[in-house]
Design a protein around this ligand. Structure first.
Ligand code: HEM
Length: 172
């Protein structure tokens, strides 16, 4: 039993952080903690990712590309899943605003956090989830946002199988 629990914990760590080594953990190379361990919010954020990936087949998502970013609508008929989507967006917006990186082993996520200061996020809760607008004045960051939105859609489609993969950075 403890072996099974350990395996689940390891899988979640790999999916969210990219590595159980210090490099991908928490603040990572860009933050103040410099790889010394997870930041304070890390465990809470991980629980939400885990829940969303586990319930990916209950989530519906549409992405509209804008000239300067994306507009995404992510919803679920299940009220608990809807609440977790809303919570995840609050948590990830805080990470972008504080430049507190996560999933640094994945090139696309690492690059997005390197450019976090050029990202503007606005969101509003809907009755079943959340409507998010992410924009930037920088054409390259717009590409990053659009690529990231596609990856989130793949998380929704494929769950953990997608989260185990890495995702390339678009050409400048
Ligand atoms: C089924 C699973 C997931 C769902 C439904 C989901 C949903 C979302 C949504 C709605 C956003 C707002 C931006 C957008 O809509 O494109 C977002 C942003 C974000 N998500 Fe997730 N997510 C999932 C899994 C993950 C995982 C596994 C990670 C990383 C370990 C992650 C990391 C992030 C980050 C860093 C952002 C902020 C970056 C940004 O908004 O540009 N997400 N996610």
């Amino acid at each position: 039993m403890s072996r099974i629990l350990f395996s689940i914990a390891l899988l979640v760590a790999v999916v969210c952080c990219g590595s159980v080594q210090a490099q991908g953990f928490g603040r990572g190379p860009m933050g103040k903690g410099g790889g010394r361990g997870p930041d304070a919010d890390h465990m809470a954020d991980m629980q939400v990712f885990h829940f969303l990936l586990q319930n990916h087949d209950k989530i519906k998502r549409t992405v509209k590309k804008l000239d300067n970013g994306v507009e995404t609508l992510t919803e679920s008929d299940d009220p608990e899943v809807a609440k977790m989507i809303q919570k995840h967006v609050v948590q990830m917006t805080a990470r972008i605003e504080k430049v507190s990186p996560i999933r640094m082993r994945d090139p696309l996520f690492a690059e997005l956090f390197r450019n976090a200061k050029k990202v503007k996020i606005e969101y509003e809760d809907t009755s079943k989830g959340v409507l998010v607008t992410e924009t930037s004045n920088d054409a390259y960051v717009v590409k990053l946002l659009q690529a990231h939105a596609e990856v989130v859609s793949k998380f929704v489609k494929n769950g953990f199988a997608e989260a185990m993969k890495t995702h390339p950075v678009p050409a400048k």
